[in-house]
Design a protein around this ligand. Structure first.
Ligand SMILES: [Zn+2]
Length: 398
């Protein structure tokens, strides 16, 4: 087997750059690739030929509208690569096996006690039989979404809800299952899903906001996820609102945004036992229930407007199970957001609600891996993902 890293480093950079360009802007002609990357046409021809022979890229006919001889365009083949994504919650994991264009090949879920001293062996046992053996289609790795964050410097995972403190999840799990493993905050993985397959496709700058048991956010800027200097960017639920007199938050402080907006907070305010009961009451016209949502929407609108003033996103994508009550939340959100953003910007920032679907979180974890060939993420596990794709295509194209 030819290893991609055994060859000259420059060749790897060119291959990644070409794949990234075709992945994000394809279908595209070889001439355009050469021009946009400043590469010689023979280099582009040689690299794309090996990708085509490996089934990573395929030829797409140009539409005849340009006139003259139809040009040959190249696009990434959806079936060229696949990955497994899993979302880890406190009591269970849900997973998908999906290929490059987001086609779901398999789904699974299982109870896993994340609070156990070492839950990773159980996770590996669940994953191992699902990892395809052999080369076709190219299996790139496993993505894991967690309700926590990954420290940028050390790669160690912190997830309070799972009782995980400084866990070397990616490296440990990767050794157990024998393929690259990428780990990220679950809201980040949802944003990865939106950018690759969902409502975020038209945008390079957007915010994903999730509502439900907690309140979360992910920042997509310049076409990539922003994780911040320590990996903890997007902790919208812990925006301080009233740190002196507010209610206690599970993070240990008081008056965080989440203490006003979480399912639990809304149920307490309305005196209902479940989020469904609260929504049903509001749907049936109960003024008190509607007022609880409107006030929550107002607080969310103010907070998201504040983020928008700072980050200037093209769009806000609202998701999570709590978004099912969006028509009630919107009553308070819309005026607060419109009046809170930079003057004149309310019409320029689209607000979309992505209907909640648990499978999107797992697909997002797979997207974390599947988008890696199109990015320059310097993480060693991401390098390993790119090497696998490059190695398979080098082998086939040799
Ligand atoms: Zn908090």
């Amino acid at each position: 087997m030819v290893s991609a890293t055994s060859g000259p480093r420059l060749r790897d950079v060119n291959r990644t750059a070409i794949l990234a360009l075709v992945g994000r802007h394809g279908p595209i002609s070889r001439a355009d690739i050469a021009r946009r990357l400043g590469l010689s046409p023979p280099t582009v021809t040689a690299v794309t030929r090996s990708f085509i022979e490996a089934g990573v890229l395929h030829k797409v006919d140009d539409d005849a509208s340009r006139g003259g001889r139809p040009g040959e365009l190249l696009a990434v083949a959806g079936s060229a690569a696949s990955a497994i994504g899993v979302k880890v919650a406190a009591g269970h994991v849900t997973g998908v096996h999906a290929d490059l264009d987001g086609t779901v090949l398999d789904t699974f879920s299982a109870p896993v006690d994340a609070l156990k001293a070492n839950p990773f062996d159980a996770l590996a046992e669940l994953l191992t039989p699902r990892i395809p053996q052999g080369d076709q289609p190219t299996f790139l790795g496993v993505g894991v979404g967690i309700p926590g964050f990954v420290d940028t410097g050390t790669g160690l995972v912190q997830a309070q809800l799972l009782g995980w403190k400084r866990m070397p999840l990616a490296d440990y799990l990767s050794q157990l299952v024998g393929v690259p493993v990428l780990v990220d905050n679950d809201v980040n993985t949802l944003a990865a899903y939106e950018h690759l397959y969902g409502l975020g496709r038209p945008y390079e700058d957007f915010l994903t906001v999730t509502l439900g048991r907690g309140v979360g956010a992910a920042v997509f800027s310049g076409g990539d996820l922003r994780r911040g200097g320590h990996g903890a960017a997007g902790e919208l639920g812990h925006l301080p609102v009233d740190p002196e007199n507010g209610l206690p938050c599970h993070c240990g402080r008081r008056g965080c945004l989440e203490t006003y907006l979480s399912d639990e907070a809304l149920m307490k305010q309305a005196g209902t036992k479940t989020p469904e009961e609260l929504k049903k009451r509001a749907d049936q016209g109960d003024k008190e229930a509607q007022q609880v949502y409107a006030e929550a929407g107002r607080r969310l609108g103010l907070a998201v407007a504040g983020l928008s003033v700072v980050l200037d996103p093209q769009a806000i994508l609202v998701s999570g199970e709590g978004s099912r009550a969006w028509p009630h939340l919107a009553v308070g959100f819309e005026p607060a957001f419109t009046n809170g953003v930079f003057p004149g910007f309310a019409d320029r920032i689209s607000v979309h609600v992505d209907p909640w679907d648990d499978a999107k979180w797992a697909l997002g974890a797979a997207a974390l891996v599947l988008r890696t060939p199109f990015t320059f993420n310097a993480d060693p596990q991401a390098d390993a993902v790119r090497s696998r794709l490059a190695a398979f295509s080098l082998e086939a194209g040799a």
